[in-house]
Design a protein around this ligand. Structure first.
Ligand SMILES: NC(=O)c1ccc[n+]([C@@H]2O[C@H](COP(=O)([O-])OP(=O)(O)OC[C@H]3O[C@@H](n4cnc5c(N)ncnc54)[C@H](OP(=O)(O)O)[C@@H]3O)[C@@H](O)[C@H]2O)c1
Length: 294
């Protein structure tokens, strides 16, 4: 089966390439920003029509949440219109299209939650809940979803959250770097979500693309935590228990983009369809840390 990956040099793209190649089932064209710029419809058409993949995994995006808030045009150009360009090209050749989306398509509901609710009594979002993004990144990714759903009739929209992996910048790597120079770090404890290992998501996608079970999926590692809990788990599992984590609040950070207080995704359709569930986030983190320490 021939697969084309957009955003192929990003943190998910790099792990997708590795995981899909390891299955021995797929012929891959994995293109970075320099080789395939999704905001150029001509570039997208030319590559898709020449390669004629059976599946396109669209992982390219403007993922800098604060930058999206400050430069709305660029966010919509890449995440919304760029995704339209990919969807139009996929439809032309009848390819299956996987659009990687985000937990940040949700958020408004959680802005009224109390601390107790945040710590475990709030209700995770299912695929059948109406999106309610609170920042430009989430809104532009949702617009991308809408283009994909209206232009392709063989689509999987896969929402995931709090990604980390070996490649690129992410929270786990930032914490490990901070531990080299500090013995105390401040981390917010008023945002709750599900950390997800890119390799686990890639393995799930490798299964999903073989099916015709089209539609929206929530795909995250199991369980949830705050960024504060996540940081503590990283230090503990990495043998850096001496690094103290100080709880901070989101307003203290004063970042340009608002963040959802609670964006836990119920992997409801995975359960309903009997697809392989992603393991708990703690197990995935433990394996990731062992892998990068090797
Ligand atoms: N990271 C997370 O926590 C997270 C959470 C939920 C969902 N997601 C979604 O998961 C997907 C993969 O994210 P990731 O973490 O792998 O992000 P990433 O590392 O930032 O990768 C995204 C890639 O897209 C490329 N890109 C940006 N603009 C492009 C354009 N116009 N044309 C082609 N490529 C372009 C970037 O290249 P340059 O850097 O060279 O511009 C980058 O390599 C994205 O759709 C994201 O929205 C991510």
């Amino acid at each position: 089966m021939k697969i084309l990956i957009t955003g192929g040099k990003g943190q998910l793209g790099r792990d997708l390439e590795k995981v899909l190649l390891n299955t021995g089932k797929y012929e891959l064209t994995c293109l970075g920003h320099d080789a395939l710029d999704i905001i150029k419809p001509g570039n997208v058409q030319q590559i898709v029509l020449t390669n004629r993949p059976e599946v396109i995994i669209h992982a390219a995006a403007n993922t800098n949440v604060d930058q999206c808030e400050l430069d709305k045009d660029s966010a919509y150009l890449v995440n919304a219109l760029g995704s339209r360009n990919v969807a139009v090209a996929a439809a032309k050749i009848g390819a299956k299209l996987v659009y990687i989306s985000t937990d940040y398509v949700f958020g408004v509901r959680s802005s009224h939650l109390t601390f107790v609710e945040l710590c475990g009594r709030a209700i995770p979002y299912t695929e059948f809940d109406l999106p309610d993004p609170i920042n430009v990144y989430g809104k532009s990714k949702l617009a991308g979803e809408q283009y994909v759903a209206s232009l392709s009739n063989k689509y999987f929209i896969v929402r995931t959250s709090w990604l980390y992996g070996r490649h690129g910048k992410n929270f786990v790597k930032t914490m490990l770097d901070l531990a080299k120079e500090k013995n105390e770090v401040s981390v917010v404890n008023d945002q709750v979500g599900s950390p997800t290992y890119t390799k686990d998501l890639a393995r799930f996608l490798a299964e999903l693309i073989q099916t015709e079970l089209y539609g929206i999926y929530h795909a995250t590692n199991g369980g949830f935590c705050s960024w504060f809990d996540f940081a503590r788990a990283i230090f503990q599992m990495a043998g850096l228990g001496q690094v103290k984590v100080r709880p901070a609040s989101t307003p203290e950070l004063n970042r340009p983009a608002p963040r959802p207080a609670y964006s836990v995704l119920d992997n409801y359709c995975i359960r309903l369809e009997g697809l392989p569930a992603l393991r708990p986030w703690e197990e995935a983190l433990q394996e990731f840390l062992s892998e990068i320490q090797e």
